[in-house]
Design a binder for this molecule. Structure first.
Ligand SMILES: Nc1ncnc2c1ncn2[C@@H]1O[C@H](COP(=O)(O)OP(=O)(O)O)[C@@H](O)[C@H]1O
Ligand SMILES: Nc1ccn([C@@H]2O[C@H](COP(=O)(O)OP(=O)(O)O)[C@@H](O)[C@H]2O)c(=O)n1
Length: 225
């Protein structure tokens, strides 16, 4: 396979999309874009402005009238990117409990997905991008030359996410994370797609490097890991 111009990575929460996405983006010198950031940013702004999260039209309007920027990290505090909403840095609040609790409800509205679709597609059209989410290979970038679907058991994903959150100082138990991922998975299912031409990889018990190597081997491209 020649080097893919665009790469799509889909899968449920904490399946390893961002980790693999960044490894692939670094390997090919591409940008990595985590579309979940857009849904989280919209959820955060909606909560801040007390918008009714059941009101699809109001949420879609907020998506169209808020200026979201996803930039390279501006502060070395462990952030993967800097997210601005109308110029305000909202990077870390996107990972807070209130956003985690509500983002799937916001993302489930077709009008919200439509309102955020063009932004994602514009980034994809530029090429040389690794884009992660739930519907990238099937909806946002159907022409992506490489489509990956990552999966892992909800128990393994909860273990990873609990470790990740605890490492960031958030006191949350494995069981709480397991319950939240189970809830989110159920709501997200309607908009999570395994594209017919996607490579499916289960990441249970496999290191990020092993998953990365498996992908580059499949592409026949020697990884200078
Ligand atoms: N293959 C893996 N094995 C173990 N931990 C992993 C693996 N891939 C990712 N992780 C860890 O799991 C957590 C979630 O990974 P992430 O890439 O952010 O998932 P996603 O982007 O799918 O939500 C992170 O702490 C990450 O370091
Ligand atoms: N392409 C996408 C990306 C995220 N989302 C929604 O946004 C939420 C947060 O996405 P995320 O990728 O940041 O979440 P994690 O997988 O990192 O936990 C998901 O739970 C989905 O509800 C979506 O609907 N479509």
């Amino acid at each position: 396979m020649t080097t893919p111009h665009t790469i799509a990575i889909d899968g449920p929460a904490a399946s390893g999309k961002s980790t693999l996405g960044k490894l692939l983006a670094d390997h090919f010198g591409y940008i990595y874009f985590d579309t979940g950031v857009l849904y989280r940013a919209l959820t955060y702004v909606a909560l801040e402005q007390a918008v009714d999260l059941a009101n699809a039209a109001a949420l879609a309007k907020l998506a169209q009238t808020t200026n979201f920027d996803v930039l390279a990290p501006s502060i070395a505090d462990g952030r993967q990117y800097t997210v601005l909403a109308n110029g305000n840095d909202i990077t870390w609040p996107l990972r807070a409990a209130n956003v985690e609790r509500n983002v799937s409800q916001v993302a489930a509205h077709p009008a919200v997905r439509e309102a955020l679709r063009d932004t994602q597609r514009q980034i994809g059209k530029a090429g040389h991008v690794v884009m992660a989410g739930r519907d990238i290979g099937a909806v946002i970038m159907p022409d992506a030359q490489l489509k990956i679907y990552l999966d892992a058991s909800v128990e393994e994903r909860a273990q990873r996410r609990a470790q990740e959150l605890n490492a960031r100082g958030r006191a949350i138990s494995y069981n709480e994370v397991l319950a939240d991922l189970t809830r989110r998975d159920a709501i997200d299912a309607a908009n999570t797609f395994l594209a017919a031409d996607a490579i499916t990889i289960s990441t249970d018990g496999r290191s990020p490097e092993d998953v990365f190597q498996a992908i580059v081997n499949l592409m026949g491209v020697e990884a200078q890991a």
